[in-house]
Design a protein around this ligand. Structure first.
Ligand code: AMP
Length: 469
């Protein structure tokens, strides 16, 4: 299958060739032809599967195909020209609302910026297609300037978009395509009322494409209300195997043990860049500071930072100046940096869905990745919830010199994650393989409270999959 055979416009194909895309991913193969036909889509696909192009390429194709015949703007002047004209008449400039053709709603600013950047890339050979991001945290005057250019494509987080709609800056009467990206996450974040309000402001005739990790429950109900005869595409939902990501659990006795183990794992020679996930913004700051002192090029990323600081941190990550990003869930959602080889759950996520999103920060676009969860013994039940959600067992690994005092090896005969079958457990730690021990690095012996005093013979047992305990 090629992009040409999907029937995409030549200007889109040209941009894809420049971007180095040789063939469509599986979600693109299925979604693009149906979207070109104008069908509504409900797509469950894993993060990193190429979903942005799956909705943006058919939209750009549509706009590119329309271009030659596109009529002049109905009122003759762009909002910018209108404002200048009223100024020259000595009137107070009136703001003419932007009339976008496409709206992409995303849960976070980072994902919105990423979608906008991808759109610029995919539309780089089109004459007039402008995409802008409308985000919380961005100064209003700057957003007014962007809206005044009457962009064809708006990529927005729901809250800020509503502000602009209510103050009459956006008119959706010309909207042709509505995309809800990571819809499950938007609902988790409490955006349901905002989304419904936005959907109500768009024409019935629109094409709607909804992307989500899961299409069950609340997402499914909302999807039913806002789509018409949708084509359902299930690439990989919650049960995604993430076969290119090696997942592991390391048990720790206490915080000091966790910190020392994290430092050790971050020195792994195979690591290029890493994201460390924490439960709180404060921990993200504290751990980033601590890692910097320990000599890692680390930076924090969380929702309390100004947008400018968040963008700068992400740029430094992309340029490789930041090697370890310490982030909270919301801030890290949508980060797409191919050099991220490792994800660490310093704290386990609150919701199993977030685990899937977190580990999806590595293993982007077909690469391999490693996802390590550092878990207290008391959190075993949360690992089980994740295993039930992903229908995969996460193997337990132990690093020599960092063994937990409490053995995790006592077999628990009855536990199996829901729906799991023998053979599903792939990509885990290999028996006997101490994957993280640096060649030549002497195993650290722990002294004092956090030190290993247990029996080494527990080692192989401790490396069993979690579900066997
Ligand atoms: P997404 O799931 O949209 O976040 O995309 C994940 C990554 O895959 C991004 O870095 C994209 O640039 C990349 N990507 C998307 N489609 C393709 C493709 N057909 N070939 C190669 N890379 C792709």
């Amino acid at each position: 299958m090629t992009f040409e055979s999907l029937g995409l416009h030549t200007s889109v194909i040209k941009a894809l060739t420049e971007a180095g895309y040789t063939k469509p991913t599986s979600v693109q193969e299925q979604a693009i032809p149906a979207a070109i036909e104008g069908r509504d889509l409900l797509v469950s696909s894993q993060t990193g599967s190429g979903k942005t192009a799956a909705f943006m390429l058919p939209a750009l194709h549509k706009f590119a195909s329309e271009q030659p015949a596109a009529p002049a703007p109905a009122v003759g002047k762009t909002p910018n020209q209108e404002m200048q004209a009223s100024r020259s008449r000595g009137e107070r400039p009136r703001f003419k609302p932007a009339q976008p053709k496409m709206l992409v709603l995303t849960p976070t600013r980072e994902l919105a910026l990423q979608v906008t950047t991808a759109t610029d890339k995919y539309g780089s050979h089109m004459k007039r297609v402008k995409a802008i991001s409308i985000l919380g945290g961005m100064p209003y005057p700057k957003q007014m300037q962007l809206l005044a250019k009457n962009p064809e494509i708006l990529v927005a987080t729901p809250g800020r978009l509503i502000d602009h709609m209510e103050s009459g800056k956006i008119d959706f009467s010309q909207l042709q395509i509505l995309v809800l990206d990571e819809a499950d996450r938007m609902l988790d974040m409490g955006f349901i009322d905002d989304i419904e309000k936005i959907v109500d402001a768009t024409p019935e005739s629109r094409q709607t494409m909804l992307f989500s990790a899961t299409l069950d429950g609340v997402v499914g109900n909302m999807a039913k209300r806002i789509t018409k005869n949708p084509m359902i595409i299930q690439i990989a939902g919650s049960a995604t195997k993430h076969e290119n990501i090696q997942q592991k659990v390391h048990f720790v006795d206490d915080l000091s043990h966790k910190n020392r183990l994290l430092d050790h794992l971050l020195r792994d020679v195979t690591m290029d860049q890493a994201v460390v996930f924490t439960a709180t913004k404060r921990d993200a700051d504290t751990i980033a500071d601590r890692l910097n002192i320990a000599g890692f090029a680390a930076a924090a990323l969380h929702g309390d930072m100004h947008q400018g600081a968040r963008n700068r941190t992400l740029d430094s990550l992309r340029r490789g100046q930041v090697r370890v990003l310490v982030a909270t869930d919301v801030a890290a959602r949508g980060i797409d940096v191919p050099a991220i080889t490792h994800v660490f759950n310093y704290d386990l996520p609150k919701f199993p869905e977030d685990y899937v999103h977190r580990i999806g920060r590595t293993g982007r676009a077909g690469r391999n990745g490693v996802a390590v969860s550092l878990v207290n013994h008391a959190e075993g039940v949360n690992v089980k919830r994740i295993e039930r959600f992903t229908k995969q067992l996460i193997p337990v690994d132990v690093v020599e010199g960092f063994e937990p005092k409490r053995s995790a090896s006592a077999p628990r005969s009855n536990h199996k994650p829901g729906g799991w079958k023998p053979g599903d457990n792939r990509g885990g730690a290999k028996p006997g393989g101490r994957t993280f021990s640096k060649p030549g690095a002497a195993p650290r012996k722990e002294g004092g409270g956090g030190g290993y005093k247990g029996n080494r013979s527990n080692d192989s047992g401790a490396r069993r999959s979690f579900g066997d305990r």
